[in-house]
Design a binder for this molecule. Structure first.
Ligand SMILES: C[S@@+](CC[C@H](N)C(=O)[O-])C[C@H]1O[C@@H](n2cnc3c(N)ncnc32)[C@H](O)[C@@H]1O
Length: 281
């Protein structure tokens, strides 16, 4: 039976759940290991240490079970370049960056808002021996995605792991559609679609072209769609009045096939969405 988590509450009862110094403590714990030389260059050993420290403090990492959903996709798709939205301390960047390299890929671009988290992640990526593969880009994801497109660094999204500000999942996907970065063949893997949940994103990627065209006609300009997203997570990471930088409707003509992947016994899941074509208007 799947574990049940209450989406109205953060992962720790009461107290803080990130950015209270635990991330620096993690870095001290790992770099304080007596056998650091034996850890250097071994991604799995760094991940094991993050998991071990995570028994003391909650860490908002994807974890090994949902992580396997994504590494299985990497094994199949073998992306040259993979993108992630939300790096935190680098758990998923290490797990997935290693899988991309193992499959012959060259680049794992991880977009992270918080410069301190990015600095910690960089230290752990370096220890894991993934410095040549994983590039952490500091800043808000919509600005970074726009820049990656404008500079020509990413023209087409092969595989994107979405795990940042929950209301930003839909607006960033629409931005990628608008820029033409998401098109036939693109695959999206979105974390936390059950806990804490992301109804606007699930509704969007599971809609037909017809439904999206209708919704696009009614779409009102401006803010994030936060319908059904619990308050604590809608307020996390960004300011209360924050808005997407680009006000775009996306490309409702894209056809998606979308399925939920929930590891046995887990109270959360990853939504995997494939763009299988485009219907001309
Ligand atoms: C759930 S954590 C990511 C966990 C990470 N993917 C892992 O599995 O190890 C979410 C991260 O997204 C970052 N974030 C939130 N909003 C963002 C935004 N608009 N752009 C970029 N990063 C953002 C937060 O600072 C936080 O580090």
């Amino acid at each position: 039976m799947a574990q049940t988590l209450d989406p109205s509450k953060p992962p720790t009862q009461g107290g803080a759940w990130n950015n209270d110094g635990r991330e620096l403590k993690l870095l001290e714990f790992i770099y304080g290991q007596a056998n650091l030389d034996a850890i250097q260059g071994h991604p799995q050993k760094v991940l094991d240490l993050i998991d071990e420290f995570g028994k003391q403090y909650v860490f908002i990492n994807v974890g090994s079970e949902k992580g396997k959903v994504v590494t299985d996709l990497i094994d199949k798709i073998k992306p040259h370049t993979m993108i992630e939205l939300g790096c935190y301390v680098g758990y998923s960047a290490i797990l997935f960056g290693d899988a991309v390299r193992r499959n012959g890929g060259k680049r794992y671009l991880s977009l992270e808002l918080n410069p301190v988290f990015a600095a910690i992640a960089n230290m752990l990526v370096d220890l894991a021996g993934l410095r040549d593969v994983v590039k952490i880009i500091v800043g808000r994801s919509d600005a970074s995605l726009h820049k990656l497109h404008a500079t020509g660094e990413v023209k087409h999204v092969e595989l994107m792991f979405i795990d940042h500000y929950k209301p930003g999942y839909t607006s960033d996907l629409k931005l990628c559609e608008h820029l033409g970065m998401v098109s036939r063949g693109s695959v999206l893997a979105a974390d936390n679609v059950i806990y804490p949940g992301n109804p606007p994103y699930l509704e969007y990627v599971r809609s037909t072209v017809e439904q999206k065209r209708e919704a696009a006609k009614k779409s009102t300009a401006g803010g994030y769609d936060k319908r059904g997203i619990s308050e604590w997570t809608a307020q996390a990471f960004v300011g209360k009045d924050d808005k997407p930088l680009f006000d775009v409707v996306g490309n409702p003509n894209l056809v998606y096939e979308s399925t939920l992947h929930q590891p046995e016994g887990l109270g959360d899941a990853v939504e995997v969405t494939r763009c299988v074509g485009e219907e001309k208007a």
